[in-house]
Design a binder for this molecule. Structure first.
Ligand SMILES: Cc1cc2nc3c(=O)[nH]c(=O)nc-3n(C[C@H](O)[C@H](O)[C@H](O)COP(=O)(O)O)c2cc1C
Length: 302
């Protein structure tokens, strides 16, 4: 059975990636699972300078999901290369480095520096974080900005560039098209949706930032619709993200157009999920006599 998938020029040993921000720099989840078995790991968003992120409370539970407003807390590019990469590069899995920034110049500078590190296979550019003042949705909501970021980042690297799209827009396929037109190799969809939650006794928001990003099973039908919309309108590889909890969800994302997927919130619920999902996918392919898992991509019948 062939589990390999291609995302532009990037080949993954299987379609299961761990989503940015949900497994940090890999070290904590490595205590539970053998990361060399999965397709790859997308690192927490890295910015040029270290970021403290938002004040707590930064996370709360909601029906079928969670809200988070971490605010892109991270160690910054210098410490990432010095202290986090040595561990990541020994894992024998594909490392995709996620980058966040407040200006286009900062995206470019960050990519330039990280591009020197051989063990980084590709970049995922986060233009869609709902929880930061500058550089988040402001970019993700603006077609021209997404186009310019794609073009400028591509001009400083030969590695594949994946743009992570926001669902908080009216037509996500327009954004995928702009990525393609400006030389982007793939898109990942979706980042979190804006949500909020209030304590009825104190009348205060449960998270200090007031709003946060909604993730988990609650967003899966929306994410599927966004992946399908992109798949029907733009010829570009798609990495599906949003509420995947088991292998059946992965199959569903691939059918609607995803070449690979990322697992986020499920890692907090069950850190073994990615390995269990791989086993489930193997059984499904055997049962369905599927020889190449990539044949599932965009195999929808409407
Ligand atoms: C606690 C938390 C932190 C996150 N941090 C980031 C981040 O730093 N960069 C990013 O691009 N996405 C981040 N995300 C979004 C996830 O990568 C993913 O797009 C989203 O959670 C939807 O997938 P899920 O429903 O499987 O969790 C974060 C999500 C969570 C729950």
């Amino acid at each position: 059975m062939d589990f390999k998938v291609k995302i532009g020029s990037l080949t993954l040993k299987n379609p299961i990636l761990l989503a940015s921000g949900t497994v940090g720099y890999g070290n904590e989840i490595a205590e539970f699972i053998d990361l060399s078995k999965i397709g790859g790991i997308v690192t927490k968003s890295i910015s040029l300078k270290p970021r403290k992120g938002n004040p707590p409370q930064r996370i709360c539970e909601t029906p079928s999901g969670m809200l988070n407003a971490i605010g892109l807390a991270n160690v910054g590019v210098e410490i990432f290369l010095k202290e986090k990469i040595p561990f990541l590069k020994n894992l024998n899995t594909t490392i995709i480095c996620n980058i966040a920034a407040s200006t286009i110049e900062e995206y470019v500078e960050c990519t330039k520096i990280l591009n020197e590190e051989e063990s980084i296979a590709a970049f995922e550019i986060n233009v869609s974080c709902p929880n930061v003042k500058e550089g988040g949705l402001e970019f993700g909501n603006n077609l021209e900005a997404v186009g310019r970021i794609t073009e400028k980042v591509k001009s400083v690297t030969n590695k594949p560039v994946i743009i992570k799209l926001s669902p908080n827009v009216s037509r996500i396929s327009d954004f995928a098209k702009v990525v393609k037109d400006n030389g982007g190799d793939a898109v990942s969809a979706i980042n979190t949706l804006v949500g909020t939650s209030f304590n009825i006794w104190t009348r205060k928001p449960k998270i200090k930032n007031i709003t946060g990003g909604l993730s988990g099973p609650a967003i899966k039908p929306i994410a599927l619709a966004k992946v399908l919309e992109i798949s029907r309108n733009v010829d570009i590889p798609i990495i599906g993200i949003g509420g995947i909890m088991d292998w059946k969800d992965v199959v569903e994302f691939m059918i609607v157009g995803a070449s690979a997927v990322q697992l986020g919130t499920v890692n907090f619920v069950n850190p073994y999920a990615s390995i269990e999902i791989l086993d489930g996918l193997k059984n499904y392919c055997e049962k369905m006599s599927i020889k190449k898992i990539s044949d599932l991509t965009a195999s929808y019948i409407l």
